[in-house]
Design a protein around this ligand. Structure first.
Ligand SMILES: O=C(O)CCC(=O)C(=O)O
Ligand SMILES: [Fe+2]
Length: 227
């Protein structure tokens, strides 16, 4: 299941992030790859410990924390500090699965990757290719979103970034450990939550059945969550 988070960053925030990262020193993207993905990956990234990446990453994290859609869909427990990548001149990232556990250099902070996130930081008209192609149970999905929009997808899925044949694709990408490890369970909670929100709008937040269903939501979360 893919979840699009429209306008995670507004235009001003995209500009602020781009001003920071465009001025930084980009390096070969294989610095963060596992062995298999290193063979498939041709791009540039900002080093994890680069000051501009940390500052821009904090802006992305702050936006995530303010997004009710992100919180409801991801049920985040631990988020790996956002990284930044860039593809141009035919660069691509071939089909791969993300490493199961990410360990932050220096701090040893560990995150099991349940969900992967891409935040698009360049307008889609300004480059050709660069679709994030994800193989899901419902077929292959190709994602290329407006600058500031984000997509969440299961880290367990095979995915790739198509070659960028014109212009430059810039994005933030990272992983998170969800309170609910199982994709299907997390999806059901998201569906239930979305329906409860809709019912609450229609019937009122204090309607007896809305209160009961909210209780069911929390009791399921209590059953399934690591916190
Ligand atoms: O740039 C992207 O959209 C995804 C990058 C990716 O798959 C990765 O770095 O593992
Ligand atoms: Fe990946």
């Amino acid at each position: 299941m893919l979840t699009v988070i429209p306008e995670l960053l507004d235009a001003d925030t995209v500009r602020r992030v781009r001003d920071l990262i465009d001025a930084a020193q980009w390096v070969d993207g294989n610095v963060t790859s596992g062995h298999q993905s290193a063979l498939a990956k041709r791009n540039l990234q900002l080093p994890e410990d680069c000051a501009e990446a940390k500052q821009a990453g904090q802006i992305v994290l702050d936006a995530l924390g303010r997004s009710p859609l992100f919180i409801a869909a991801a049920l985040p427990l631990k988020v790996f500090p956002p990284l930044f990548n860039s593809y141009a001149g035919g660069q691509a990232f071939g089909t791969h699965v993300d490493n199961a556990v990410r360990i932050q250099a220096g701090t040893g902070f560990r995150v099991r990757s349940d969900l992967s996130i891409t935040v698009f930081l360049e307008e889609p008209e300004s480059y050709d290719g660069g679709e994030l192609t994800v193989e899901t149970n419902f077929g292959v999905q190709r994602v290329k979103l407006a600058a500031g929009h984000a997509v969440l997808y299961p880290s367990s899925s095979l995915h790739r970034v198509e070659p960028v044949t014109r212009g430059r694709r810039v994005a933030s990408f990272f992983w998170l450990q969800s309170m609910v490890r199982d994709d299907a369970a997390r999806q059901m909670l998201f569906d239930l939550d979305s329906s409860i929100q809709a019912l609450a709008e229609e019937l009122g937040h204090d309607h007896a059945q809305v209160i009961r269903l909210t209780g069911v939501y929390h009791n399921l979360l209590r059953r399934w969550a690591d916190a």
